[in-house]
Design a protein around this ligand. Structure first.
Ligand code: NAD
Length: 283
């Protein structure tokens, strides 16, 4: 039997509609600042998408495009000026940065109150402590997708493949939080016998950046499979899951593209709204 498809494009539209309504009810227009350094085509395309999304929900987009000849001091100065700008509610530095520029240091310069990517150590620390805060967009998009489709996490066994600070680790924290209550395993490139580990999962999340890594043998029949992977191949963009094989075994599955990607973008808008409300004492 073929798995139920978890349609990220559809759920992202629901999130965007919610954000759009909430923005329309505000007495001011939230602002999202994007910083793009260099000429990497993928980064340009991502930022274009984020700016378009912002416009669609009524968030003002403030865009800064810098040549890759800039140095860390100039980048820091720009971020500090956006920190001080009252019209800016969220700041996003598109990663990775080119050359010798240090992305972690750039993110650490962002005022945590405007950290709409949720990747500042302050935000990640709040997540670790189980305290409210801005959460990284991709993991919170996965949680929202599960919630939308009523896929219960409490008591479930969740296995995440990938231990990055961008996806795997924060998602593990979100699934562990009280209320989500999963039992979480994080697998990685040094995990021995990956199929044995992943086939324990009720919820299996692939975030490895390895095309087609997850095959039918990795999946327990009926499991929910979330494919975070975005891999550029000669056949175009593909995920980490061998969709054609796994769709026949899983109970529910995200397509890639069209699964987690749109959710990530939608959660950036939700975070910007949240940051705006928190900064201005609304909500
Ligand atoms: P990363 O390279 O920082 O981390 C990859 C992780 O996967 C590492 O922990 C590594 O140990 C693990 N891994 C790699 N190969 C493995 C293997 N063969 N077996 C087991 N574990 C393995 O990558 P990242 O930034 O976390 O991104 C992961 C993937 O998710 C990439 O394809 C990326 O493009 C994608 N991504 C998608 C979105 C989205 O919105 N859809 C957002 C962020 C990242």
């Amino acid at each position: 039997m073929s798995a139920r498809i978890l349609d990220g494009t559809e759920v992202a539209a629901v999130v965007k509609e919610e954000v759009s309504k909430a923005v329309a009810d505000l007495a001011y227009q939230p602002g999202l600042a994007t910083i793009l350094v260099g000429d990497d085509p993928a980064s340009h395309s991502y930022v274009r998408g984020k700016r378009r999304d912002a416009g669609q929900v009524g968030i003002r987009s403030i865009h800064h495009e810098l040549p890759d000849s800039i140095d860390q001091i100039e980048l820091t100065a720009l971020i500090e000026s956006l920190n001080a700008d009252d019209d800016v509610d969220g700041i996003l530095v598109q990663l990775p940065l080119p050359g010798d520029l240090n992305g972690e240091s750039a993110v650490e310069t962002i005022d945590p109150a405007k950290d709409v990517d949720g990747l500042h150590p302050f935000s990640l620390g709040k997540l670790m402590l189980g305290q409210p805060g801005l959460r990284p967009c991709t993991p919170s998009g996965v949680m929202r997708l599960l919630d939308h489709y009523d896929i219960g996490t409490a008591g479930s066994r969740a296995v995440i493949v990938g231990r990055s600070y961008l996806v795997g680790r924060p998602l593990a924290m979100l699934l562990l939080e009280r209320g989500a209550d999963s039992t979480v395993t994080v697998a990685h490139s040094r995990t021995v016998d990956l199929p044995a580990v992943t086939s324990e999962a009720d919820i299996l999340v692939a975030a490895a950046g390895s095309p087609g890594l997850i095959k039918a043998e990795h999946v327990r029949p009926g499991a929910t499979v979330i494919d975070v992977g975005v891999n550029r191949t000669d056949d175009g963009l593909v995920g980490d899951v061998d969709f054609g094989a796994v769709v026949e075994v899983a109970g529910a599955i995200t397509p890639a593209p069209g699964g987690v990607g749109p959710m990530t973008r939608a959660m950036l808008l939700a975070n910007t709204l949240r940051a705006a409300e928190a900064r201005r004492g609304v909500g």
